[in-house]
Design a protein around this ligand. Structure first.
Ligand code: ATP
Ligand code: MG
Length: 405
């Protein structure tokens, strides 16, 4: 089959971590990152947090060239659950990632002249994975001592001219956790290690991104985390930025499709300014308008169909994993006028008394909110209030109607 003309290719990219055709807004966040890069001694690290699909991963990607052009080296990866299962696993993760950039540098090592049987006693050895792992394994002490020693070794062998420091950028950092039952504290290890090397004026900066559960988790592990991080909460896009996200990709590419002002308004409204929804809806609308153009029909955004598709593709999988009782609780929450901002457990208890099904006791609500937090549907903020962790969830819940009782 012949390939579609690239001019006609749909530019929109709904999907986790897919770079959008135009990354709208986020100037304040980028300025904030640039400010942190100007630190000589690292007093503040960064946390980039926000709801699902708000654009954390793609914004972190754009930080990389900003850091590099300011003279920083960039190390990073996704923090999978496996990477944070134990202290050794986390240390291996950091050393593996660091070795990719450090292997470009080398250190002088003193060789035992008796072994070499010649005069020369120094040799140059690259700071590659083998070297770092060996240093780690032969350093005495706890995992934290070994890891710190590796980081110090690397920094002491990087030439000062040109390199400002190293950024350690980790996505999905909400996966970090301490496991006291197994006596494994990888989250605390990360915080302790960076706090201690930063105290020694080593310019290694952490940039962690993740769901809103991330920061409270760090503070719970080490209270000083509160002072270690500048937390940037990514919000939905403002109206002007939403419009740019919708229009720039189709005005800048010679594309034959046009979205009317009315269509743009509708897309802004259904998406609520949430980047993933903007990409999703625009991708659908683009495909549809191309077809409609072919048969000469008018171009109107079919709101109901798109909302239904979004429900099926985005929300229903999450909903399917909730139990009947959890759905009842979520439905109660969705009846609160403030459910899309923040709400208290007490408000949920009170509202549940009006429901057709059995109401919830305060302890039951607290316990269920904790379970729903673990499932990634709800999170508790630092003021002790709760919010939905998934954007526009209340609209979906209400479209399902009151749950059976
Ligand atoms: N500023 C933006 N302008 C336009 N589109 C954006 C913007 N930010 C993100 N997107 C789009 O939104 C979608 C989600 O982005 P991304 O995967 O970075 O979100 P996330 O916050 O990391 O999500 P998750 O919580 O699932 O990890 C992608 O399709 C991306 O292209
Ligand atoms: Mg992401």
């Amino acid at each position: 089959m012949a390939k579609a003309d690239p001019i006609f290719a749909n530019p929109f990219r709904p999907g986790a971590g897919h770079i959008p055709p135009y990354l709208a807004g986020r100037e304040i966040e980028r300025d904030e990152f640039a400010r942190l890069l100007r630190q000589d001694v690292i007093l503040e690290n960064m946390i980039l947090t926000g709801l699902r699909g708000v654009g954390k991963t793609v914004l972190l990607e754009t930080f990389k060239p900003i850091a590099q052009s300011a003279g920083w080296l960039w190390v990073g990866a996704d923090l999978s659950e496996a990477a944070t299962i134990s202290e050794d696993a986390l240390a291996t993760r950091l050393i593996t990632d660091l070795s990719i950039v450090s292997s470009a540098f080398s250190m002088d090592v003193v060789r035992d002249p008796r072994l070499l049987q010649r005069e020369s006693v120094t040799a140059s050895q690259p700071l590659d994975y083998v070297t770092l792992a060996e240093h780690f394994n032969t350093t005495p002490g706890l995992v934290s001592d070994k890891l710190r020693s590796v980081l110090e070794l690397v920094w002491s062998n990087i030439p000062r001219n040109g390199q400002r420091g190293i950024i350690f950028a980790y996505d999905e950092a909400q996966n970090l956790a301490d496991h006291s039952a197994k006596d494994q504290y990888p989250l605390s290890l990360l915080l302790e290690t960076f706090q201690s090397i930063q105290k020694k004026d080593i310019p290694f900066m952490l940039v962690l991104t993740g769901l809103p559960t991330l920061f409270p988790k760090l503070v719970e592990a080490r209270t000083y985390a509160e002072r270690m991080f500048r937390v940037v909460f990514l919000e939905r896009l403002a109206e002007a930025a939403s419009k740019e996200a919708i229009l720039k990709p189709i005005t800048e590419t010679n594309c034959p499709i046009r979205f009317s002002d009315e269509s743009v308004e509708i897309i802004c409204r259904i998406s609520g300014g949430y980047p993933y929804f903007i990409q999703f809806i625009c991708r659908e609308v683009f495909d549809l308008f191309i077809q409609k153009t072919e048969v000469g029909k008018p171009r109107v955004v079919p709101v109901d169909e798109i909302v239904r598709k979004l429900d099926t593709d985005f929300f229903s999988g999450r909903w399917a994993r909730a139990t009947d009782r959890q759905r009842q609780l979520l439905w109660v929450i969705a009846q609160l006028p403030n459910c899309e901002s923040e709400f208290t457990a007490q408000e949920v208890v009170e509202r549940s008394r009006l429901a057709e099904f059995k109401s919830f006791s305060p302890s039951h609500v607290n316990q269920m909110l904790a379970t729903l937090s673990e499932a990634g549907l709800i999170y508790k903020n630092r003021r002790g209030k709760y919010s939905f962790a998934v954007p526009l969830l209340s609209g979906f819940i209400n479209r399902q109607g009151p749950p059976a009782y």
